[in-house]
Design a protein around this ligand. Structure first.
Ligand code: UGY
Ligand code: MN
Length: 270
């Protein structure tokens, strides 16, 4: 069904909406019997990668040099890490620190949301350790006291972590209390229900299965519409200074450039 070229998918300078009718599956290095639908990445301006991995039974994820967060959407995954095997069912998730050697193999046909981000260390904190848990084990908190809008923080709120992944559940009619504009970027996967998302200067109907990337400071607002709650999984970079990584303390600061430098910058160079 080609819909005569119509789709709700949209790409703007500060956001991207991807609806399942436009998903393109692609193998990523090291994957076996598995394909990825890449939703966000460096090529589109994001500083992290998010993709949905679609596994056949026995399929396997490739390796990564970055931190990896995975959330099981469907089926069952077997995660080998630190010499132990763990079965992850629907709504189970894992955080794997950079360099953690691990294998992810599907026990049956499965789908998982995968987020990968290069770790930005922060002295004097140690790098985080692996976490295996389930969303069902996390208690929810009302957002700004609104009991119709509940948030689950899937990663600990400590400065060790340079990103957060939360699930948010909106009762029908519930909405964000403000249009948010913030330095953090977002990767958002709609899991259940739907509503209206304001992104930049556009308002979109969104539903389960859609993906949204929001650039830093992208104006954002959501209101849930329908007879069932709307739920999404949302990533944001977190806990780091906007200037980026600090210079290592044993490295001297570069000398200020003299105005009479022998090789002044060429005019018009940007
Ligand atoms: O955590 C957040 O910034 C979240 N409230 N944003 C959002 O739902 N668009
Ligand atoms: Mn936000």
């Amino acid at each position: 069904m080609h819909n005569l070229g119509q789709t709700r998918s949209s790409q703007k300078h500060n956001h991207l909406l991807l609806t399942p009718d436009t998903f393109v599956r692609t193998p990523l290095p090291g994957m076996k019997a598995c394909l990825g639908v890449v939703h966000a990445g460096l090529a589109g301006g994001a500083r992290f990668t998010e993709y949905t991995a679609e596994f056949q039974s026995g399929g396997e994820l490739g390796p990564t040099n970055a931190q990896r967060f995975l959330y099981v959407l469907e089926g069952q995954l077997r995660l080998e890490v630190d010499g132990r095997q763990n079965d992850l069912g629907v709504r189970a998730y894992a955080y794997l620190p950079e360099g953690a050697s691990h294998r992810v193999v599907a026990a049956k046909a499965s789908r998982a949301a995968i987020i990968e981000k290069t770790y930005q260390p922060l002295a004097p904190f140690e790098s985080p350790r692996a976490i295996l848990s389930s969303e069902d084990a996390i208690s929810s908190e009302p957002l700004d006291g609104d009991t119709a809008l509940e948030v689950k923080h899937l990663l600990p709120d400590t400065m060790q972590f340079d990103f957060a992944v939360n699930s948010m559940v909106y009762q029908p009619g519930a909405a964000l209390s403000m249009v948010e504009m913030h330095v953090m970027e977002h990767g958002l996967l709609m899991l259940e229900g739907g509503g209206i998302y304001r992104l930049g200067d556009s308002w979109y109907p969104v539903t389960a299965g859609d993906f949204i990337w929001m650039a830093p400071w992208c104006p954002q607002w959501f209101g849930a519409i329908g007879k069932v709650p709307a739920k999404y999984l949302i990533y944001k970079d977190w806990n780091r200074h906007p200037l980026g990584p600090a210079r290592p303390s044993d490295e001297p600061a570069p000398a200020p450039q003299s105005k009479t430098a022998k090789n002044p910058p060429k005019k018009g160079r940007r």
